[in-house]
Design a protein around this ligand. Sequence first.
Ligand code: ATP
Length: 286
Amino acid sequence: MSSSPQETCPRGDPVTPLLRTEGVGRTHTLRGARIDLLDDVTLDLEAGQITALVGHSGSGKTTLLHIMGLLDDPDRGRVFLGDDDMTNLAEAARADARRRRLGFVFQSHNLLPQHSAYRNILVPYAGSRTDGEPRARRLLDRVGLTARASHLPGELSGGEQQRVALARALINDPPVVLADEPTGNLDPDSERQLLTLFRELADEGRAVVVVTHNAAISDTADVVHRLEKGLLTTERPARRHVDDHTTPPRRPDHTTPPRRPDHPASRNRQSPQQPGHPTRTETTPA
Ligand SMILES: Nc1ncnc2c1ncn2[C@@H]1O[C@H](COP(=O)(O)OP(=O)(O)OP(=O)(O)O)[C@@H](O)[C@H]1O
């Protein structure tokens, strides 16, 4: 098998989530007080699904995303990519997993200002240059930016920069995409384009997790997890998180392609986490 990234996303085994946190905990001590920011958080990211991670500011969403993305270590618990326990791996192996198996999109897209859109997409490529260049061009086309290939980030709009960042996140064809407030700085059109791309990625069999305060994303998501006082509550199916309960749950038309029964997302509907039930039943004092 070639060591370069493949063109097709690795599909998840129907029963093995693409990413799993198991009993993850993170405790801080602030001015002598112990704070369980994350307490026994168990969650699965399944193939074919967009997962939204919501909660008030400071509830630990980014911390959990960084732990899932192997950018940070939990104090307790484990993180699996497929069947692989990533918890106590050496940093070199974690870095390799981050590069090949995880794609990151951040609110501030972190593009290199001196490089063109095309070069930025190639920066994290793990394969050979001859394989990478056509891949980068296809990804530029996919995010609708072929005509902007040679433009510097400063010459692109915020939405275009974020689509370059998404193309960069996909260069190694990762099965899992993690996004932290990706629409935070975007206008509604750019937001819609990004959400459409996320839906396509899920429909290809990837797991997409999005930390967000944006109700449009939680509407679009297949699964919504809420973090509160260290505990994770799973809400399924996704529904609005605004106070307008008179409006029925709805997905934007562009996010609802019909799914075949044999689609990875259809095979993964069952979950040990039930709607509305925290992973632990008691609340942990902050
Ligand atoms: N090393 C640390 N020591 C003490 N507190 C910390 C440490 N790291 C993070 N925190 C605190 O943990 C809390 C959670 O931060 P985090 O960024 O994960 O929250 P968030 O839910 O993503 O917030 P937001 O929605 O505002 O981005 C914050 O109050 C932060 O200050």
